[in-house]
Design a protein around this ligand. Structure first.
Ligand SMILES: *Cc1c(COP(=O)(O)O)cnc(C)c1O
Length: 316
């Protein structure tokens, strides 16, 4: 993308995004290919920052041999976060997987000790249940200890732009957030956002300046994995421009209402709905495993809507 118009449109989209999600204005917004890629960039920034706090600079010394970082994730962590962590050199056995409550949220009492070399990963919209971690309790604790808090809000972050905003209370205290455009905002695939409270930290982690292509800390090539890239912020701009604040809120609220309606209907037909249905996710079980296996919802109509049929007991 060589036109300055694209860069300007992405800047406007970034401002609108921070506004509608009510996240710290002045945060960096990188428009990446997916929540996976955006979490990778933000978790890189987090790792580099935490190690720099300990006097270890990854840009010069690399990540191998660095002091240990404690990575704290919910038991219900999304597989793509594990993938991003794996790429960054954190293996499954090195993670502290924190027990979750009956709803699938981190139990704050089960958190390990947190310090300035801890990376805490929370969820806004757990993929099976749509649940939100208890940000208002956990984030202040983590921040007071000097930890970095990342929120995976691939679809759930949009609740913040709706009447369901209370689900996200306290989430703005985190250091970084991932959100998809190609889920709830309904943009075409290949549109996600990496939001970082401290623009310098992300711009340093993703810097790709060179003599023939210098950018500022606002340049998308210094906020995302890509060097050459199409302006994937434009679909986000277009969706926000078309829907407006009220349109986004109405869409989210409609989909949540549809999920609740579907849950009621399914209960009425004798199915067991296993989650509280706080958002747009349903976990449904038939009368036995054979019946459960026979029904695969997974519909995607005008809603980004996963009716998640799961034959295993996830809440005991
Ligand atoms: C879908 C999803 C992701 C991954 O998003 P992609 O854009 O497909 O990479 C991560 N976390 C959660 C909670 C998700 O629902």
């Amino acid at each position: 993308m060589t036109s300055p118009a694209a860069a300007r449109i992405e800047q406007v989209a970034a401002e609108w995004l921070l506004d509608i999600l009510d996240l710290p204005r002045g945060s960096a917004v990188g428009f990446g290919t997916s929540a996976t890629a955006c979490s990778l960039t933000l978790l890189t920034a987090a790792r580099d920052r935490l190690l720099a706090n300990a006097g270890w600079h990854v840009t010069t010394r690399g990540a191998f041999g660095a002091p240990p970082i404690r990575v704290v994730v919910p038991e219900t962590v999304h597989i793509t976060i594990l993938k991003a962590l794996r790429v960054l050199g954190f293996g499954a056995e090195q993670l502290v997987r924190v027990a979750t409550d009956t709803h699938g949220r981190i139990d704050p009492a089960a958190l390990p000790p947190l310090d300035a070399r801890t990376l805490v990963i929370l969820q806004a919209g757990e993929v099976n249940t749509g649940e939100f971690d208890r940000f208002a309790e956990i984030i202040p604790l983590a921040k007071a200890a000097g930890a970095w808090v990342h929120v995976d809000g691939a679809f759930g972050l949009w609740a913040r732009a709706s009447a369901h905003r209370a689900l996200t209370d306290g989430l703005d205290g985190a250091d970084s957030w991932t959100v998809d455009g190609h889920k709830w905002l309904n943009t075409p695939y290949d549109c996600a956002m990496a939001i970082c409270r401290d623009p310098e930290v992300l711009a340093r982690a993703m810097n790709s300046d060179t003599a023939y292509a210098e950018g500022s800390r606002h340049a998308q090539k210094n906020l995302t994995l890509e060097f050459s890239r199409r302006a994937r912020g434009i679909p986000a701009w277009a969706a926000l421009r078309t829907l407006g604040r009220d349109g986004v809120a109405a869409m989210v609220e409609r989909h949540v209402a549809q999920a609740q309606w579907l849950a009621d209907r399914l209960r009425g037909e004798g199915f067991e709905v296993l989650n509280r249905v706080v958002l747009n996710q349903l976990v449904v079980r038939g009368r036995d495993d054979a019946e459960t296996a026979a029904i695969r919802l997974g519909a995607k109509r005008d809603a980004y809507f996963i009716g998640h049929v799961n034959s295993s007991r996830i809440f005991e």
